[in-house]
Design a protein around this ligand. Structure first.
Ligand SMILES: [Zn+2]
Length: 180
């Protein structure tokens, strides 16, 4: 497991969210480089990174291989626990209905995401799964963290795909100051 913020603690909860979202964006850039829809996710607990995931639907030929699912699998293995109580999931895109369901099963305490997903979003867009009555687990959700960066990455990906342009380097992929 990797420690978050080895050099300097963030000055505020908002800054902490942004710094962790930067790590998720790095996973989205990795997806881009692999010719996948650029979505990335990171799971943390306290000051530890439990899992990372980059969307791998094409590579794995698995329509469910979203960034959050891969980050969850890695986190379960790292924690050696079947539930991730007190963990937080950061994703560059609003988790879809599948992934929101998986995060409910995992009992994470918080979901932080960037851009909304009007097609499949399970937090606020297609359906508000976390607000369903009858759920015995509540998850706090925060959207819009580095949303412009996440959305721009997706839009540029699909623009180049439609225009049949080479992907080349992802915009903003040369972010300095690696925490990894
Ligand atoms: Zn998903």
């Amino acid at each position: 497991m990797t420690l978050l913020f080895p050099l300097r603690q963030p000055a505020s909860p908002g800054e902490r969210d942004q710094q962790i979202m930067e790590l998720a964006l790095r996973q989205a850039h990795a997806a881009w480089q692999a010719d996948e829809v650029p979505v990335g996710a990171v799971i943390v607990r306290g000051n530890q990174i439990l899992g990372r995931g980059a969307n791998s639907v094409e590579a794995l030929k698995d329509a469910t291989a979203h960034a959050e699912m891969l980050a969850l699998s890695q986190a379960f293995a790292a924690a050696d626990e079947k539930r991730l109580v007190d963990a937080e999931l950061f994703c560059t895109l609003e988790p879809c209905i599948q992934c929101t369901g998986a995060l409910l099963h995992a009992r994470v305490k918080r979901i932080v995401y960037g851009a909304a997903d009007p097609k499949f979003g399970g937090i606020e867009s297609l359906v508000r799964l976390l607000d369903l009555p009858g759920l015995n687990h509540r998850i706090e959700a925060v959207g819009g963290v580095l949303a412009a960066e996440s959305a721009a990455l997706m839009q540029e990906f699909f623009r180049r795909k439609r225009a049949k342009l080479p992907l080349e380097d992802a915009p903003g992929s040369t972010s300095p100051g690696s925490i990894e």
